[in-house]
Ligand binder design. Sequence first.
Ligand SMILES: [Zn+2]
Length: 603
Amino acid sequence: WPTHTTFVTGVLPAQHGVLFNGMLMREPGALPRVEPWRDKAEMVRVKTVYDAAHAAGLTTAQVDWVAIHKPGTITWAFEERPDPAGEVARELIAAGHATPEQISGFRGLSVVTKDQIWTTAAVHIIERHQPNLLLLHLLTLDSTSHRYASGTPAAHAAIGFLDSQLARVVEAVRRSPMAERTTLMVVSDHGFKTAARTVRPNAMLRRAGLLTADANGAITSGDAFAISEGGTALVYALGADRGALLRRLGQLFRDAPGIARVVEPSEYAALGYPAPDNNAQMGDLVLVAADAHSFSGGADGPDVIDNPQPAGFHGALSSDPEMDSIFVASGRGIRAGVRLDRVTATQVGPTIAALLDLQLPASTGTPLHEILTKDQSPTAPGTSLFNGRDLSGWKVPEGDNGHWKVVDGVIDYDAASEAPGDKHLWSERDYGDFVLTLEWRLKSTPYVNPNVPVILTDGSHKKNAEGRDIRISVPDSDSGVYLRGSEKAQINIWAWPVGSGELWGYRTDASMPASVRAGATPKRNADRSIGEWNTFEITMRASRVTVVLNGEVVIDAAELPGVPARGPIALQHHGARKNGDWTSPPSLVQFRNISIQELSKNR
Ligand SMILES: [Zn+2]
């Protein structure tokens, strides 16, 4: 589980805190024991990518992922031990994909059957719920490689079986409406080594008088205790006089057969382990198995035994190249044909975050920029609202007579629609919560606006000594983007010094609270010069809007009281002409690269 948790957090166990396949419980007078079914909040110390996705309004799903019990941020779960009353389990039974007996008796199923049902659950979640993020974990290769060792015919058969399960997931994605927007990553949390002999540190402790076992070999108490992780074992000094005990343990294991190295806490940081002071689950020493040896936990019998047949193991130090594994990515946002050199597990989470436009502030890994395509810029997600050829998907105003048009792949407007009524260009569809990205430019500013106020950061107008608004003349053109069918919820495009992105309708509404009017005021002017292209990323969630203009947040989660829950988007007409001259700022504007990603309605 440590590596799984690194995948979703972008940090090493030293930071995320998960050291075992569960949580090590230490109680006075008892030997430490690993408990798997502890809540995620207890085990994982930093934000995960599914936490970030959930917080951003995306939907999340997990099937047999680990260190993820009751996280509160997973929309659909089918756990390692599935809850028969859970939504996904009930849906699988209702659809005939699993029997009630399989779900209630899940623990007794073979690992192959479990993997089949987990895959069925993942396919079902993709088909039924179309989550934004799905984590799926399959086990057959691990189980088979432990028993028969890696590279054997049994392990190859397990890989073939997993390929066929993965194919079911890929086919489900291809059939789904999200196919074009889906990225697939295949990762594995460890490699495998093969052991001819098994080393038993608890047997060494028993013979040294530091641990007692009953007639059946079960460990009953001890001044020291080792937990085997395969290629390593963590040793806990439990008895009094720890200084002397630790020295004795170091000596005992350094001289022992089958142990290559005894790692002291001073070396932990370089290996990604936490200091014991910072995480009580961490051992006081780490034993590293000699070549072709692995650890096990038993206390009875000899220190080292010959395995009846070669056995697979992992849990070696993270610096061991045989622990390296695979990383494959494909689909949206992934450049085809790139061969990566060695990547680290800490890079997986940041790469997912980049693809979903999420922040993983704690992560120490960098996204795999080599494989990310430029055009999948995380700030341009979603479905295109403009095909570059015609205005399909948009309602051209009745009687417009060709003034809203497509020129050289961009939407071009001359502010001269002949429509007798509404002259705006409205989307055919309604949207609720969304991230809308688009590029716009003002072509020219033939009209000089003599009446532009100087806007203070609270949204009020700067006044002169007589208490009147200071007005300045600015070469000006004017358009904007209406959200949810609301003129008031308009993101302005213009040449005012306050900058584009302003919500004029809210800023100037004296009935609105001061905080709303300040929130509707751009924090800075991030506009480019007239004639240059600008990028808006407009995030509308519930009644709040955030506007990023050319990479800078100009409106930060501004509250829009009374904004409709859903509605179409409009590109605004503005301006009038009299005797051939403009009498107000015209929308001499162009738009391109318009796309929208709808956010989940499930929260
Ligand atoms: Zn394993």
